[in-house]
Write a protein that binds this ligand. Structure first.
Ligand code: GLA
Length: 382
């Protein structure tokens, strides 16, 4: 049986290859195949853990798992890129290192309310670039969660799977991330952005103006120890909320900021408050096909992340600057957690090829890496 998120499998050839690989490794056909996309966040950065708004969109990159159930708690997994991982759901996920821990922890958390949960054999491949701020780990968590759900007959919604994926990051990986990535991977639909209210977890679909193409620019840079800086930002926000006497920075206003004495905390708070406003303004601009205003808001967001929240990085700043000078660019910004990885631009659909050529030629990648490891256009031609 072929199983899919909610949409048709876009590339049947790919599914066949994965099915064959599973067969070679495990000696039988898979019982199910799931796929889960990565995401790029259009706007609303570092707002999710402040109960704010985010606007991600699904990528054409995806993680695919072919799987068969086991008779016991044993899990035998093979990643096309990273090799094997073997563990038992009876063991603590902390005893599994590397990528396998994401899946082990999903299983452990789901088993807390389903003690009979069995393991499975899985063959995994992914086209989502790792460490590029495009949610490769959330896609792995959600895809694995769907396999557990199916084989275990679990009554669990996509939102609940997202919340469990977030717990995996928080409790087993050590990143105190918000809910955006897992919600985006679990709930996005093709061709529309997903507005998420991270306080209520309400979502709505937002169309992108027809004259616009979203371009993702991977700088090729990756940053180690990102999680410690990330966690520090979150702590700052929590301490300001405490100082202001509000449940979270969702409830803070620009006037509140004047009451803060610490200059760094003032800047951090100004980013979160203004970024929440920008998300809603982009949604408004999209609704009237005002790509210029949306683009300007993207660029404002980048400056705020660079100067107030201090989460950009040299390569991200450089690629955004190049993009802003490229033909057809409405606006550009770093995307995701920041420090390294990818930026995103809103580009006039008619100028997209010129835009990409310009960025590839003019972005001088650090350490002689390829200028742009991947540029994806959205929507993809099929
Ligand atoms: C990472 C986290 C998300 C979110 C973004 C920044 O992707 O996983 O929860 O906080 O950074 O917007």
């Amino acid at each position: 049986m072929l199983k899919n998120r909610d949409v048709n499998i876009s590339n049947p050839e790919k599914i066949e290859i994965i099915s064959d690989s599973f067969q070679k490794q495990f000696g039988s056909s898979p019982d199910m195949i799931v796929r889960c996309p990565g995401r790029v966040n259009l706007i609303g950065e570092h707002t999710d853990y402040n109960d704010g708004f985010v606007l991600p969109i699904a990528l054409p990159f995806e993680t695919v798992i072919a799987a068969c159930p086991s008779a016991d708690a044993q899990m035998n997994l093979i990643s096309e890129e990273f090799g094997p991982a073997h563990f038992s759901l009876e063991d603590n996920p902390m005893s599994t290192s590397g990528w396998g821990r994401y899946i082990h922890a999903m299983g452990t958390l789901l088993a807390q309310s389903n003690p009979e949960l069995l393991g499975w054999n899985g063959y995994i491949c992914s086209s989502i670039p790792i460490g590029a701020n495009l949610s490769s780990s959330a896609a792995l968590e959600i895809a694995a969660g769907m396999v557990f759900k199916h084989f275990g007959g679990l009554e669990v919604t996509h939102t609940e799977l997202a919340l469990i994926g977030q717990r995996v990051e928080n409790e087993f990986i050590g990143v105190r991330s918000g809910i955006m990535d897992q919600m985006a991977c679990a709930l996005s639909q093709r061709n529309t952005a997903l507005l998420i209210d991270c306080l209520t977890l309400e979502t709505s679909m937002v169309s992108i103006p027809e004259d616009v193409t979203v371009v993702i620019m991977d700088t090729g840079t990756r940053r180690e120890l990102r999680s410690s800086e990330y966690n520090r930002r979150r702590e700052s926000c929590e301490s300001v909320a405490l100082e202001l006497g509000v449940p979270s920075l969702r409830n803070a206003s620009l006037e509140d900021i004047t009451n803060l004495t610490d200059e760094t905390l003032k800047r951090r708070t100004r980013h979160v408050v203004s970024e929440n406003g920008r998300v809603l303004d982009v949604v408004k601009a999209f609704s009237i096909s005002d790509s210029f205003t949306a683009g300007q808001l993207f660029s404002d967001s980048h400056l705020s992340l660079r100067d107030d929240y201090d989460v950009s990085g040299p390569a991200l700043n450089q690629i955004v600057e190049v993009a802003l000078g490229a033909p057809g660019c409405f606006g550009a910004r770093m995307t995701g957690g920041g420090f390294a990885g990818s930026a995103v631009a809103l580009v006039d659909r008619n100028e997209v090829n010129n835009f990409c050529d310009f960025v590839k030629t003019n972005f001088a990648a650090p350490k002689a890496q390829p200028a742009i490891t991947s540029v994806m256009l959205y929507p993809v031609e099929e």
